[in-house]
Design a protein around this ligand. Sequence first.
Ligand SMILES: NC(=O)c1ccc[n+]([C@@H]2O[C@H](COP(=O)([O-])OP(=O)(O)OC[C@H]3O[C@@H](n4cnc5c(N)ncnc54)[C@H](OP(=O)(O)O)[C@@H]3O)[C@@H](O)[C@H]2O)c1
Length: 287
Amino acid sequence: MRNHLFFLSTDSHASPFDMNIALDAGFDVALPYVSVKEDDVEGLTHDIIFSRGPKGTKHSAIFVGGSDMELVEKIVKRAGDSMFDPFTVSIFSDPKGAYTTASALVAKTRKAVGGLSGKKIVIFGGTGPVGQVAAVLCAMENADTTIVTSRDKKAGEEAAVKISSVYGVSIKGAAARTGEERLALIQEADIAIATVKAGIQILSLNELGSVKNPLIVADVNAVPPSGFGGLAPGDDMKQIATCVKGIGALCIGFIKYKVEVDIFKSMLENKITANFKTAYESAKTLA
Ligand SMILES: NC(=O)c1ccc[n+]([C@@H]2O[C@H](COP(=O)([O-])OP(=O)(O)OC[C@H]3O[C@@H](n4cnc5c(N)ncnc54)[C@H](OP(=O)(O)O)[C@@H]3O)[C@@H](O)[C@H]2O)c1
């Protein structure tokens, strides 16, 4: 039987990025369902699990993606609740690539610094999907402090409260609208991470040159300019200023690709439910 991936997206399109990786990993076909709402899921799931009989369930799987992280999680729950033995299939969620990207980012940074326990970590652009998941993973690694920043103080604080409550971790919020605010945050940090919108530079090389404490920076933005001045996408712990070493977006993106392939391959071998915790476990072995 051919291996079918049913791609349920909360957006008006299904990401070609994820489709490419699913096909590279061994799925024969990826079938997109777009603008999926919670109430669509039971019917879609029943059509997926019943159509090919119990033996066919090994050859059908569900991927849930899209920008709406909360809706993705609701869809995953509804799909799971709509299945029963022997009519169960694998489900993998990765909203806007955030689970695999944040996993690769945090696992790579963790390895580079020899563990995140006790570290002071600032995540610029931490209100987006990648930043939120990265914050959860840092907090789960017992970072001393994990701060998510926003251009808007209230938005940063609200995001921190929400993430802390949903995932049972302790995260702080801060404003980082001006260069002064951003510099003040990194002067007190061990690690600064950029998960801002693509193509936005958060700190220039000149600003990084003023840092007096040892600082590791990591960036997931592959669209020029990089999130940190002087950091090239392929850099792997490169010294970019006197006290600053950096990890670039391609270095992290390469691990993200391997994690996503790894999970898609696992779905072809066993029935699994994969989320950000699965992605992080995989990333820690692949980083
Ligand atoms: N390397 C990889 O494999 C990979 C994979 C997926 C994604 N990515 C990258 O990961 C990054 C984060 O993705 P995402 O989807 O989480 O990002 P996003 O939602 O597009 O943006 C993240 C945050 O950036 C802030 N932001 C927006 N415009 C800004 C501006 N002009 N100046 C400063 N901050 C601004 C916003 O925060 P506030 O409005 O609260 O300030 C927003 O919440 C992106 O650069 C994306 O390209 C990389």
